[in-house]
Design a protein around this ligand. Structure first.
Ligand code: F6P
Length: 356
């Protein structure tokens, strides 16, 4: 059978994007005789503006361990997808046009939440689409894990490990602010793995007094330092009650959420408080073994869907089994940590403060 596939990586990059594309490509080349893969450059932009390369089989070799994406990526916000740009390009018809001109059998999209909305739209317009869940945030509905997540957990954990000794030497409180957008998966996992004393998540607006109490109790016990793992989307109970506009005004005075908390804790505890933000370091470098395996398995599954002409699905992982879910069941949904998640209760049982 001859197959013509388009492939793109969209949204923020993460580890194991290359590993996943390698899984798709190697399986297709191995299982089918006449395979053409067009790699669209820099995300949906490549599909919109017809910027692509006909990939060679060797392009997918030697990339298992490489960070980033060989195709490049960009953010193409869904909320503007139907807007005609300043260049006069109508994005959705332009994408359909490129797909049709190349006479593709299927478009493979490796993306996060926003990218899945666009993939769902393209599916509704009649394109054959298969997607793979990527993001360090682990917040895609329908999959227990997304590739990129565990590698980011490794890096964030190392950051927390490194902070411990200097925090102890100086008897300081350290806030390590971690990525994750509106979800706390990365902070929860890294916080537990890195032995954080306090873990603050967007899903649980925190009470500052609960944090202060934990720091003071630790001091009383002779533990002079405290490590706080704080998600970039975490906010206090009070701030959670504000309107978006009011919140923007309050936070305009701080570079990020942890600086606001730092100021509050300095005043309330009298202890020295420092902020460390690993930032995009969390998204960089080689994928860890977990992500390499997950991305490869998902890549193989995506290729199988294409070979079987089962279009319109995202490949996913549930209870360590690889399966599929309709794109429309994923698009527009964010997988948050449930406030009754057993992991939270377990953390609290051993004395980790979750700010509640
Ligand atoms: O979605 C992945 C992510 O790294 C988030 O954790 C973070 O909020 C965001 O992307 C950062 O985006 P950018 O790379 O565009 O600054």
């Amino acid at each position: 059978m001859s197959l013509k596939i388009g492939m793109l990586t969209s949204g923020g990059d993460c580890q194991a994007l290359n590993a996943a594309m390698r899984g798709v490509a190697k399986t297709l080349y191995k299982q089918e005789k006449d395979v053409k893969i067009y790699g669209f450059l820099n995300g949906y932009k490549g599909l919109i503006y017809g910027k692509y390369e006909l990939m060679k089989e060797k392009d997918f070799s030697g990339i298992l361990t490489e960070g980033g994406t060989i195709l490049g990526t960009s953010r193409e916000p869904f909320k503007y997808i139907n807007n005609v740009g300043e260049d006069g390009v109508n994005k959705v018809p332009a994408m359909i046009d490129t797909y049709k001109k190349l006479d593709l059998d299927c478009l493979v999209v490796l993306g996060g939440n926003g990218s899945h909305k666009t993939a769902g739209l393209l599916k509704s317009k009649g394109l054959n689409v298969v997607t793979l869940p990527k993001t360090i945030d682990n917040d895609i509905a329908g999959s227990d894990h997304t590739f990129g997540f565990m590698s980011a957990v490794d890096i964030a954990t190392t950051a927390l490990d490194q902070i411990h000794s200097t925090a102890a030497s100086h008897s300081r409180v350290f806030i390590v602010e971690l990525m994750g957008h509106k979800t706390g998966w990365l902070t929860l996992y890294a916080g537990i793995a890195g032995g954080a004393d306090i873990i603050l998540l967007p899903e649980i607006p925190y009470e500052t007094k609960a944090i202060v109490k934990t720091i003071k109790e630790r001091s009383k016990k002779g533990k002079k330092f405290t490590i706080i793992a704080m998600a970039e989307g975490a906010i206090s109970e009070e701030d959670a009650k504000l309107s978006k506009k009011e919140r923007r005004e309050v936070y305009a005075n701080y570079p990020s959420v942890s600086y606001k908390l730092s100021a509050e804790l300095t005043e309330a505890t009298g202890q020295e408080v420092r902020v460390t933000i690993p930032g995009h370091v969390q998204r960089g470098g080689s994928p860890d073994p977990f992500d390499r395996v997950l991305a490869t398995r998902l890549g193989i599954a995506a290729a199988e869907l294409i070979i079987n002409k089962e279009y319109g699905y995202m490949v996913c992982e549930e209870n360590n089994q690889i399966s599929k879910i309709a794109i429309e069941e994923v698009a527009g949904k964010t997988r948050l940590i449930e406030t009754d998640d057993p992991m939270l209760e377990q953390a609290e049982k051993m004395g980790i403060c979750l700010g509640r």
